[in-house]
Design a protein around this ligand. Structure first.
Ligand code: AMP
Ligand code: MG
Length: 465
């Protein structure tokens, strides 16, 4: 089989593309292959498993340059330190998709890093991104994880792996920060025009920004509707396409609490669950700064255009969030007071976010006990349920939007630990559960249950990915 890749990014902005080759992998072993995605891309899975395996771990491509605000501090030069863009592939629906390798060896952007990735974190990205996709949330996709036979030194020696990733593009807020920071306006314009051609053909530069504001507002609202915490919302980890990218110390919240964070490096909770919308808006302000010279020749005019567009974030977010919550509650009309009271109750009673909305569907059909039993304050939840019932909730509609199975942290950890030991069984079972997240299936109770108490109290995901 012959795979034809284009190099639009590298051809358009060569200043931001360093030609590079993936490190040689002598003992590749396929750990996970996404057959439905391969099919979408027009790739033959049987071939990928055999002669085509090398395609999933090696090859020539480019390391993309980008900058970024990491935890609020600006780094003018980050870039793909351990990843490569192999090129763009036209899928079976004529969409251009990036093919990218992560963990493919040091590049000129590697700084102190080893350029490698361990099996565990690459499997985490695979299972969580595929779960997100199944939940209908825009995300990069995982095509495969291949173990390399290399030893990766972290706190302990770990087995190495490469993730083959597919994205609408790998253009990030940080890509524009990088271009702007070079002072080369022509480069900035070429990059913006490339983004327009790829994602919003025919748009002006201001319209591009407006689309990105809308896409990210809606994306973060969708995260909030399933309890997803990205963990590292640095500007280099936010895409222009509005796809979720770079699953590092991410997690699904269990007991509802807006201050929840899991990342071991996020000491101050900058990227805690409840901060995500405001951080997205902050990141978009950084994008606006980068794009400013393209909005208008006059700086004051450019700033006012940027601000007016940035201000649309709240309305976009509000619409996506409230609309989504209405669907989760199975009702229409003004849900704001009801929602505010519910979230306060869930917070006070440490109620599992996913379980509650799933069980509320049963309550809509007359069996309120499972949902109600999640609360200590029964009088309060009974009063709330009575108000909600008056709105005539639709249980069947709720079941279509409230997932039963999300990649809970303890399940992910268990699957990754087994995978690192060469047993992919738990990973495969978890993947099966979370890629059909809606509707209860018999025999899968284990995948719907919250973590044992002793697990959640101490859980952290590590950025040493
Ligand atoms: P991340 O936090 O994974 O989004 O990565 C932030 C930056 O660090 C990016 O420029 C990555 O390419 C780089 N990076 C992360 N891990 C490594 C590694 N093991 N080797 C080289 N660069 C890395
Ligand atoms: Mg990143």
């Amino acid at each position: 089989m012959n795979i034809s890749l284009s190099s639009d990014f590298a051809d358009t902005v060569p200043e931001m593309a360093v030609s590079w080759e993936a490190v040689t992998v002598s003992e590749p072993e396929l750990l996970a292959l996404n057959e439905p995605l391969a099919k979408e891309l027009g790739l033959d899975s049987a071939w990928l498993r055999t002669e085509g395996l090398s395609f999933l771990v090696s090859g020539k491509g480019v390391a993309q340059a980008y900058a970024g605000h990491q935890f609020g501090g600006y780094s003018p030069r980050l870039g793909d330190g351990r990843a490569l863009l192999l090129g763009e592939l036209t899928d079976t629906e004529s969409r251009l998709r990036d093919l990218h390798l992560k963990g493919s060896g040091r590049t000129p952007f590697a700084r102190g890093g080893d350029g490698l990735a361990a099996v565990g974190p690459m499997l985490r990205e695979y299972v969580v991104s595929e779960a997100m996709h199944a939940l209908g949330i825009p995300t990069t996709r995982a095509l495969a994880v291949v173990s390399t036979g290399h030893v990766v030194q972290r706190e302990e020696p770990l087995a190495g792996a490469v993730l083959a990733r597919v994205a609408a593009s790998h253009l990030r807020v940080g890509s524009f920060q990088y271009a702007r920071n070079t002072g080369d306006l022509d480069l900035l314009r070429r990059l913006a025009d490339h983004a327009i051609a790829r994602h919003h053909p025919g748009s002006t530069h201001l319209e591009l920004f407006s689309h990105v504001v809308a896409a990210q507002a809606s994306l973060v609202a969708r995260w909030m509707l399933v309890g997803f915490i990205h963990g590292v919302m640095n500007t280099d980890n936010m895409t222009i396409s509005g796809e979720t990218i770079d699953y590092g110390p991410c997690a699904f919240m269990e007991a509802y609490d807006p201050t929840t964070k899991y990342s071991s490096i996020d000491h101050r909770g900058r990227y805690a669950f409840g901060n995500q919308p405001i951080i997205a808006e902050w990141n978009l302000a950084r994008l606006a700064e980068a794009l400013l010279p393209l909005f208008a020749d006059d700086e004051d005019e450019a700033v006012s255009l940027a601000l007016a567009t940035l201000r649309t974030f709240d309305a976009h977010f509000e619409e996506a969030w409230t609309g989504g919550m209405r669907a989760k509650l199975g009702v229409s009309g003004d849900v704001k007071p009801l929602l505010k009271d519910l979230l306060a109750l869930m917070h006070e009673n440490h109620v599992d976010f996913t379980s509650f909305f799933h069980l509320l569907g049963k309550a809509a059909r007359g069996d309120a006990e499972p949902a109600r039993s999640l609360f200590l304050d029964l009088a309060a939840i009974d009063a709330w349920l009575a108000r909600w019932r008056e709105l005539g909730p639709d249980g069947a509609a709720m079941d279509r939007v409230n997932p039963v199975y999300v990649p809970r942290n303890h399940l992910v950890e268990e699957a990754l630990a087994a995978g690192a030991d060469g047993d992919m069984g738990p990973f495969d079972r978890l993947l099966k559960a979370v890629t059909s997240p809606f509707g209860e299936r018999p025999g899968l109770e284990y995948f719907a249950a919250p973590a044992p108490q002793d697990f959640s109290a101490t859980y952290r995901t590590y950025c040493g990915t």
